[in-house]
Design a protein around this ligand. Structure first.
Ligand code: DP6
Length: 325
């Protein structure tokens, strides 16, 4: 067996301010609405892809353990997408690790599939545009498209594989926001987002959420460009609430919140009423992402530390995109 090529990439997790929930094309992850996020500096997946001539199957080592089953199947399916684009048949060894808990509201699949895409292409020796890398990453995990470009990133919904891509709208240093993540659960969520996207249309509220998404995204983009925290907080909390309303009213319903989740959300609203620049947003999990300006982050962290039921607190500033190392 011969090694054809090898590369390692690092890709950040990201937190969405305007959420992606529900697909127009399930197989390609072409979403029903555009979304907007920031990359999380220091919370990343690091993935090595080694293309091997004459190997009979793909292999995956995840966080140090040889992994089979669903995780390998999803990686292998994504390698098929890359093989088709690159035009070869080799199998690969994939060695990947995360430095944050998986499946608990910090988008591990986004970092994982962005890193896999960037490393896989580089290991094959082909130089793809950033835009194309975002479309390929998207097929592995929708939100992975937003972990490829740098800083604040908009994923244009589009209506086809080529037109559904992500691009940076502002560099990491444009606005010093910090995501202070209150981890209230480290367990792997019962219903992953893959199934969740499929069930979005079973909620009567999904059509309303989607129809207002462009206006919310425009408001959010403007708030970021103008560094207007009050406007930003309004639209970010509203968009998160809308997504969770859809989740809770899907059939069967999806409740990701735990009791401390709601307690923290209430506290954050109260702190903002006091004048602190902080707002909350949640992904498909119970952890609360407290987005604040850099000068407010220590106060928010200290207040969270005084609360019970929080098992960990992580902080991340706005991060760069994916890169080969
Ligand atoms: C709630 O991108 O994780 O985090 O494509 O099935 O991997 P798959 O879904 P994924 O969905 C993320 C949903 C979300 C909101 C968001 O990040 O926009």
């Amino acid at each position: 067996m011969t090694i054809i090529g090898r590369a390692t990439a690092q890709a950040p997790a990201n937190i969405a301010f305007i959420k992606y929930w529900g697909n127009r094309d399930q197989a390609l992850n072409v979403p029903q609405n555009s979304s907007l996020s920031m990359n999380l500096a220091g919370l990343y997946a690091e993935t090595t892809v080694i293309w091997i001539d004459e190997a009979s199957e793909d292999r995956l080592a995840l966080n140090g353990d040889t992994t089979i089953g669903e995780a390998l199947a999803r990686v292998s399916a994504h390698l098929d997408v890359l093989r088709q684009r690159i035009g070869f048949r080799h199998r690969a060894d994939v060695i990947s690790s995360n430095n944050f808990p998986m499946g608990a509201g910090i988008a591990s699949s986004a970092a994982a599939f962005a890193a896999l895409t960037v490393a896989g292409a580089a290991a094959a020796g082909i130089d793809l545009s950033e835009r194309e890398l975002t479309t390929l990453a998207r097929i592995g995990s929708g939100s992975a498209s937003r972990s490829v470009p740098s800083g604040f990133v908009e994923w244009h919904a589009g209506n086809s594989h080529e037109s559904s891509y992500a691009e940076s709208i502002a560099a990491p240093d444009h606005w010093q926001l910090i995501d202070v993540i209150a981890v209230v659960s480290g367990v792997h969520k019962a219903v992953g987002s893959k199934m969740g996207h499929r069930s979005a249309d079973t909620s009567d509220l999904q059509a309303a959420r989607v129809s207002g998404a462009d206006v919310r995204l425009e408001n959010c983009r403007r708030a970021i460009v103008e560094r207007d925290f009050a406007a930003f907080a309004r639209v970010v909390e509203h968009d998160s609430n809308l997504m969770h309303a859809v989740m809770m009213t899907s059939r069967p319903p999806l409740f990701y919140w735990l009791p401390p989740t709601l307690t923290i959300m209430e506290q954050v609203r109260g702190w903002r009423a006091e004048g602190l620049n902080v707002c909350y947003t949640l992904d498909a999990g119970a952890n609360v992402h407290c987005i604040c300006t850099a000068d407010t982050a220590d106060i928010v962290r200290n207040r969270l530390m005084e609360m019970s039921d929080i098992i960990d607190i992580r902080s991340a500033s706005v991060g760069e995109g994916s890169r080969c190392i």
